[in-house]
Each structure stands twice: as C-alpha cells, then as structure tokens.
Design a binder for this molecule. Structure first.
Ligand SMILES: Cc1cc2nc3c(=O)[nH]c(=O)nc-3n(C[C@H](O)[C@H](O)[C@H](O)COP(=O)(O)OP(=O)(O)OC[C@H]3O[C@@H](n4cnc5c(N)ncnc54)[C@H](O)[C@@H]3O)c2cc1C
Length: 404
C-alpha cells in the first residue's frame, strides 16, 4: 500500500516523486519505458524549470549534463528580419538569466534517476486500468512486458503519463480538442552553421501561424523543428515533413543547412495546450503535466509547467494525507493553486498565439525591434516578467513600440 502511485516518470512524474519524498510520502513511480528513453521535444528548458531544479538542489548537476547553455533568444519574422534578446541583461538578480537545451534522453533520465534514489520505481511497467472502488480511485492495474496483471493500491494516483494519458482516458477526462492541441515535428541535425548560445524561433511565412525552431543541442548538433495547431494542419492540409524541407531549403536558411545532415527521420507528437482549463482532479487522483494539458500555446513549452504541477500535486497530497481525506473537495486545492500560478500567463500566451496569426503584426513588432534597442528592452523586460506580459495583448503596447 502506497500513499501515492505516480503513473509516468517524465518531467512531471519524476518531479512529483522528488517532492513526495520531501513531503515524507511513500510513493511508487511507474513507467512503461525503461530509462534512458527518448521523448520527442525541442529540448529547451526555460527559467521556470531552472527555478524548480534550483529549489530541488539539482541545478549544479543539471549544468554538468551534455547540452547547450542558452544566453540569447532570436526572434525571426515572416519577412525574415530577426533580432536577439540577451538573457543576461536582466536588471533583477532574482530573474533567471540562462536557459538550457538538453536532449530529453539525457534530461529525463537525469531527473528519473534522481527520483529513483529516493523512490520505489517500476520501469517497463504499463498501466492498463485504474482501480476504482465506490467511485473512488484506489490504485492501478498494469503489468511488466508479457507479465501477469498486477493490482497495486494507494490512497492517491497521479496521472503523469503524458498526452495520451491512460489515467485521463480511463477516468473520462481525456480531451483531444483540435483547436487546443498542436502538432510538432523534431529532427536532430549535425553541421548546421552559426549555432552559438541562442535558441531561435522563426515565425516564417511558410509555417505561419506556427513557427520553425533551431536550437543548439550541444557539440555540433541542433534540434530543428516546427509546430502548428492541429486545426491549421488539417484545414490547410499541411505536410509537416515537407514544410520542414521547404524551410531549410528556403533562400533565407539554405546556406546554414548547406553542409548539415539530418541524424534521424523527422518525428512528430502532440502538444495539449493550456488555452483551455481541463479538469485535472477527482476522488483519489490528480492529473499532471501533459496529461492535464498545460503546454504554453505561444511558445510550445510544457516542461516548466509539468514541473510546477508535480510540485503542487505532491504538496496537495501531503495535506490530504495529514487529514486522511483524499476526496475531490480536498484535492481541488491542487487545481486552484496550479491555475492561480500558471493561468494568467497561459491566458496571455493564448492571446499571443492568436495575434501571431497576423503576419502584419508580427512583421511590425519584429521590424521595430531589429532597429530599436528600446523596443528590444521592452520585449526582454516582458520575457523576464519585468513588464507584465499582459501588456502585449493591449493595443497600447504597440503604440509604445511605434513611438519608442
Ligand atoms: C515536438 C515537440 C517539441 C516540444 N518542445 C518543447 C520545448 O522545447 N520545451 C518545453 O518545455 N516543452 C516542449 N514540448 C512539450 C514537452 O515535451 C511536454 O510538455 C513534456 O514532455 C510534458 O512532460 P510530462 O512529464 O507531462 O509527459 P511526458 O514527458 O510525455 O512523460 C510521460 C511518461 O509517461 C509514461 N507513460 C505513458 N503511458 C504510460 C502507461 N500507460 N503506463 C506507464 N507509463 C506510461 C511515458 O513512457 C513517459 O515516460 C514539446 C513537445 C513536442 C511534441
């Protein structure tokens, strides 16, 4: 009998396990994969991830992993103008001034192994069913490859099992909403020219209203990809692999890819966007990370929010255990805390995602920023949360840029 069974050992589940340990809870972490395993991703770790890892005393170890240290973000527009934001110029010392790109095979394994040091784990264990008694979740049913079904009981089950969450499906909370789901493809390359310490987001016309990314991934390798909403892909009948070929061969990028070699066939996966608030708890369970649909609709980042959800779920579980009450009313605190924390920025990001549909506005902002340092400062301040991001959805923000 466990206090918590965590289904899925990705960033959400491994973080939840680490916080469960801090909270003195007896947790079991299960994953159908055996680590290290790959996860299709852009591999970019933002300030939110860095903050949580610092809280877990894991930042020094993270810095030693293979990957790239990021100090700048490049934004490119539909007319191929681009500008750089320097992360290290933040005036406030509490702001994170660096990010990382670490291949998920390495990052997820690192976090999983840290969790394994303090948590019982079952790798290669697939969850098939949820154990429910009197309408209350009481555990899981699953098996090792080719093994017999096993029932494991716990006071709480965390569904941290990603986009296709079996926990969400079995509990009737899975929601594949085309408008609020993106699809993206990734391809590792070697030999892309001009990789330094910047991640590049190019809102190029070929991919509009989505974007194309070039992230240095350590050594001579790069993580290349692009993403669009599922609805746009369907409506515009876009083939993402062909789009990626078109962009890398386009006049603006072809020199950088002249000597580059793909290291794999492009691979794709879905991103459940936090542009809607999906139900994420009930009697005896909580959903975390992608299983709860927490990906930023503007940037496609999901790892930071997955980590935040892991922390809040474990802290809510600690309270539930203290009161020996695991019903939905008690667990609703998880949903409230999570959305108080990430809801406002997800709302703004949803507005920005809509705004990015306008090539005119994108060109306008990016062209001004290429020419004007003050505008770059406004945007840098916004990204570092020195200027509320909600300003971006306010028409006055554009006047400010126009007259800066
Ligand atoms: C192409 C692409 C690019 C992206 N780029 C970025 C980026 O650069 N930065 C960023 O922050 N985010 C990015 N994201 C989003 C990010 O990948 C996710 O938000 C993140 O992986 C969510 O973590 P998670 O722990 O919730 O789920 P996952 O990482 O999906 O982990 C879920 C785990 O559950 C396990 N599991 C699944 N089903 C079962 C089962 N039945 N039984 C047992 N175990 C199970 C899986 O094996 C897996 O280990 C990108 C996504 C895509 C698709």
């Amino acid at each position: 009998m466990f206090d918590v069974i965590i289904v899925g050992g990705g960033p959400a589940g491994a973080t939840a396990a680490l916080y469960c340990h801090k909270a003195g809870l007896k947790a079991l972490l299960v994953d159908k994969a055996t680590f290290p395993r790959d996860k299709i991703c852009g591999d970019a770790l933002s300030g939110k991830t860095v903050r949580i890892l610092r809280e877990l005393n894991l930042l020094d170890s993270l810095q030693n992993l293979d990957g790239a240290l990021i100090r700048r973000i490049t934004f490119g527009g539909p007319s191929n103008k681009q500008f750089d934001l320097n992360l290290k110029n933040s005036r406030h010392s509490e702001h994170i001034t660096q990010g990382f790109v670490i291949p998920r095979k390495i990052f997820d394994n690192f976090l999983f192994q840290e969790a394994k040091k303090v948590t019982e784990v079952r790798e290669g264990f697939s969850v098939k069913e949820i154990l429910i008694e009197g309408g209350i979740v009481k555990g899981i049913i699953g098996n090792d490859a080719h093994g017999p079904d096993e029932e494991i009981q716990a006071d709480l089950v965390f569904g941290a099992d990603g986009y296709n969450s079996v926990v969400a499906r079995k509990l009737g909370l899975y929601d594949m909403n085309m408008e609020h789901t993106s699809v993206a493809i990734r391809c590792y390359y070697e030999g892309v020219k001009d990789l330094t310490d910047q991640i590049e987001l190019h809102y190029v016309k070929e991919v509009n209203p989505g974007y194309f990314w070039i992230f240095p991934a350590g050594g001579n390798t790069a993580n290349i990809g692009l993403g669009l909403s599922k609805e746009d892909v369907k409506k515009q009948k876009k083939n993402l692999v062909k789009l990626l070929d078109d962009v890398t061969a386009s006049p603006y990028f072809k020199d950088r890819f002249a000597d580059a070699k793909p290291l794999e066939k492009p691979v794709g996966w879905n991103l459940p966007l936090g542009s809607i608030r999906r139900p994420n708890f009930g009697d005896g369970f909580m959903l975390l990370g992608d299983a709860a649909g927490l990906v930023d609709p503007f940037t496609g980042e999901g790892i930071g929010n997955a980590l935040v959800s892991g922390k809040f779920a474990a802290e809510t579980a600690q309270k539930a255990k203290a009161g020996n009450n695991f019903n939905a009313a008690v667990l609703s605190e998880y949903d409230t805390r999570l959305w108080d924390e990430i809801g406002p920025e997800l709302n703004v990001s949803y507005k920005l995602q809509k705004l990015a549909r306008s090539r005119f506005l994108l060109n306008f902002v990016i062209n001004r920023a290429t020419r004007n340092e003050k505008v770059r400062h406004i945007i840098a301040g916004m990204l570092a949360n020195e200027i509320p991001r909600k300003d971006l959805s306010n028409p006055f923000f554009y006047f400010k840029i126009l007259f800066s």
